[in-house]
Write a protein that binds this ligand. Structure first.
Ligand code: ZN
Length: 345
């Protein structure tokens, strides 16, 4: 017997000192319907469908959740598909349920209220361009600051990355080791087919425009992977000659401008997928994804993939073996670049 069948069980809850909400719970054949109401109106108020099977699978008790790993102690297939409550009780801060499989569960109403919200937090973005971006460049973190207060610098760096999409660390000795030490203060380094830490110069070591002296148009990296690198660190180790300036673009700003000025083009880039490809000696990556992607839950702008040279339909670069290099002593990619290009790590 379900207590309160066909009746609305109502309870007044104080969520905050100033907010008075009434919560109603109504059982159906396979779910509870929870209605959050303001004042006396019930129609049009937010509600949640809590399916019995889902609710039983989300029991938070010590028997169902391992208190050390916070993971479930059973498999979802262990739960009867048609599990139903034989008794339930709504209290001030929790919902108690006795199930027909003999188990009892208690759910915090606050948890029930928030459980269907997307886990991605709203971020504070600052969209910049060539006029406003220079102010951010001055907002760098020095190695001395990091040595004095690492936690404070970690927070500052992460805030800058989330808000602007990039951050600067100043005062690092121009060596690969010093660069790695600075980076690993904040993040672990992921290994790729290029290496974990590696040096880039115009030596055609890889079939990639980054290893030539051609102009490298604004792009995002690893478009040919399902999981593109979320963050890449560059450090100029040596520089002789002219050119090779780093060009930064606020892709989210560009996408938002496109959405505002040419919504039909923005629409095309969000709805059609592109085949991306990277071919080099011993590796062949390919991926299919949108140029502009929205978060599946929040529908906000989420990710941009732009690298014209890695689109599959472009003519493939010749294999490395066929390239007639002017300088054969390039293996190992020495950072002492005699052609005066911008070496980046
Ligand atoms: Zn349980």
């Amino acid at each position: 017997m379900i207590r309160g069948t066909k009746e609305l069980l109502k309870l007044t809850i104080f969520h905050t000192e100033i907010e008075l909400r009434r919560l109603s719970l109504k059982p159906f054949h396979d779910h509870f319907k929870i209605i959050f109401t303001h004042g006396n109106e019930e129609n049009g108020n937010p509600s949640q469908m809590l399916y019995y099977f889902w609710l039983r699978d989300h029991c938070r008790c010590g028997e169902c959740i391992n208190s050390r790993t916070f993971q479930k102690s059973y498999h979802i297939l262990d739960i009867p598909l048609n599990v139903k409550p034989i008794q339930y009780h709504l209290e001030e801060k929790q919902l108690s349920v006795i199930w027909d499989d003999g188990h009892s569960s208690e759910f915090s109403l606050e948890w029930l209220k928030n459980v269907h919200q997307p886990i991605v937090r709203q971020r504070e973005y600052f969209f910049w361009n060539k006029d406003t971006g220079s102010d951010i460049v001055d907002n760098s973190i020095s190695l001395d600051e990091i040595k004095k207060n690492k936690t404070k610098c970690q927070i500052k760096l992460l805030k800058s990355l989330l808000k602007y999409g990039f951050a600067f660390i100043a005062g690092i000795e121009p060596t690969l080791n010093a660069t790695e030490n600075a980076i690993t203060t904040f993040f672990p380094v992921n290994k790729t087919h290029f290496g974990d830490m590696w040096q880039v110069t115009n030596n055609y070591l890889h079939n990639d425009t980054a290893y030539t002296d051609s102009f490298l148009a604004p792009h995002t990296d690893n478009t040919y992977w399902t999981e593109a690198a979320g963050l890449i660190a560059f450090h100029m180790l040596s520089y002789e000659g002219t050119g090779g300036n780093t060009l930064l673009v606020d892709g989210f700003n560009a996408a938002t401008n496109l959405k505002n000025n040419r919504p039909e083009l923005y629409d095309t880039l969000t709805k059609n997928v592109i085949e991306w490809e990277y071919v080099d000696e011993g590796v062949h990556y390919s991926n299919i994804d949108h140029i502009i992607k929205h978060h599946p839950l929040t529908k906000d702008l989420w990710q941009i993939r732009v690298y014209d040279y890695h689109m599959r339909d472009t003519e493939r670069a010749p294999r490395k073996d066929n390239i007639n290099r002017s300088n054969q002593n390039v293996e190992g990619a020495s950072h002492k670049d005699n052609k005066g290009r911008n070496n980046r790590v």
